[in-house]
Design a protein around this ligand. Structure first.
Ligand SMILES: *Cc1c(COP(=O)(O)O)cnc(C)c1O
Length: 380
């Protein structure tokens, strides 16, 4: 059986968990959390990061940091995971859906511009498949209208954007805030886990407070205040040392993980090129300004019916590709309140995008089987 995803252990994950337990401190912000934070800040140039229990939590923190209030509008691509929208809806925001490009699931800046009103407070670019959105265009729209940019970089660790002046920046370090996931389906995993990057030091202190249940506990432990208490809104967003210890075990092998994943990605694209040339499927496009972090590999089928037939055919051979995102404009939650709207490119990806098995331990033989099965289906 070839699953869609498989969690893996690569180094000292279990040893570090044992060390954390034996150290006598397994709640948050101990040695391993600090090691992870330092790793991310040094490697990717983030001004400041805070580990969280999920990307969803990091998005909720970002919504609090942007002071989202009832009636504020937040522009989100319709083709995304629920959390990109839900985190802001929880604070009372009205979610406004932008469309993807026709040939790339990322948010199209031209679609954003039309949606801006006086109430727009945030734009949430989602770097789908770890491939950068056009951040220069998005940042320029945001600056013009004085609105926040929160990058949903859940899939985008170790991926970069190049500005027209040649400057390259890590995804998650460009907007006001960036949010990452270490869920078992992402490149670097901790079971469940996430991170908030804060790109303007003005928000450092408040972010710490929000993450520590609305208290100034972090400042207290640094000896900056002589008692701590309730000073702001907040929740419990910090992960235990057990999670950070596992994560650090993975981070020590970041390069090996990325090299392997990128080689899997390249093999898929090389082998499937002929199907694209014959006009049977479309393959992912990486724009000039973006890098590829080997997060996932997808194909675009011609129709919903064809995709359904392909999945059935693969499953008969015990290969398990998956489709995803029912675009949010078609979700039950949205349709409870609002009337149905079409977001054409997002709807197309909802119907036609298929993700192929992709995980660190995917063997050459397994990948060959997936490719052979796809070719058999399309050449039949
Ligand atoms: C995985 C994912 C999330 C959620 O991450 P969690 O860590 O599971 O909360 C959010 N947005 C996108 C685009 C994702 O792919």
């Amino acid at each position: 059986m070839i699953p869609f995803n498989k969690p893996f252990i690569i180094g000292n994950e279990l040893k570090y968990i044992e060390e954390a337990v034996k150290s006598g401190k397994i709640s948050g912000d101990g040695i391993f959390t600090k090691k992870c934070n330092q790793f991310f800040e040094e490697k990717f140039g983030f001004q400041k990061v805070l580990l969280t229990t999920s990307c969803t939590d990091a998005l909720e923190m970002a919504a609090l940091l942007c002071n989202i209030k009832e009636g504020d509008e937040v522009i989100v691509p319709s083709y995304t995971f629920v959390s990109s929208a839900n985190a802001f809806a929880l604070r009372g925001a009205k979610i406004v859906f932008a469309d993807s490009y026709p040939d790339n699931p990322n948010i199209d800046p031209k679609s954003i511009e039309k949606l801006i009103t006086e109430k727009t407070k945030v734009i949430v670019p989602v770097h789908y498949a770890g491939v950068a959105c056009d951040m220069e265009a998005i940042i320029s729209i945001a600056r013009k209208h004085n609105i926040f940019v929160v990058e949903d970089a859940a899939q985008a660790i170790d991926s970069y954007y190049t500005f027209s002046d040649g400057t390259e920046k890590a995804l998650g370090s460009i907007g006001d805030f960036g949010t990452f996931s270490f869920h078992e389906t992402k490149n670097i995993i901790a079971g469940e886990g996430g991170m908030l990057s804060i790109n303007n030091p003005k928000y450092n202190e408040r972010a710490e407070i929000i993450r520590e249940k609305g208290t100034n506990r972090s400042a207290f432990f640094r000896g900056e205040v002589n008692k701590y208490g309730w000073v702001d809104l907040g929740s419990s967003f910090l992960p235990s040392e057990i999670i950070s210890a596992f994560l650090y075990g993975q981070l020590e092998h970041l390069e090996e993980i990325q090299t392997k994943r990128i080689s899997i990605w390249k093999k898929y694209i090389t082998e499937l090129k002929t199907l694209e040339e014959k006009g049977k499927i479309s393959l992912p496009v990486i724009p000039e300004y973006a890098t590829n972090n080997g997060h996932m590999f997808y194909i675009i089928c011609k129709s919903y019916e064809e995709r359904t037939a392909l999945i059935k055919c693969m499953k008969e051979k015990d290969i398990h590709p998956v489709f995803h995102y029912l675009s949010l404009n078609k979700s039950e939650f949205f349709l409870n309140e609002e009337k149905e709207i079409d977001i054409p490119n997002a709807d197309h990806f909802t119907d036609c995008l298929l993700r192929l098995p992709f995980y660190f331990e995917l063997s050459v033989a397994e990948q060959d089987l997936v490719i052979a099965q796809l070719k058999e289906f399309y050449n039949a």
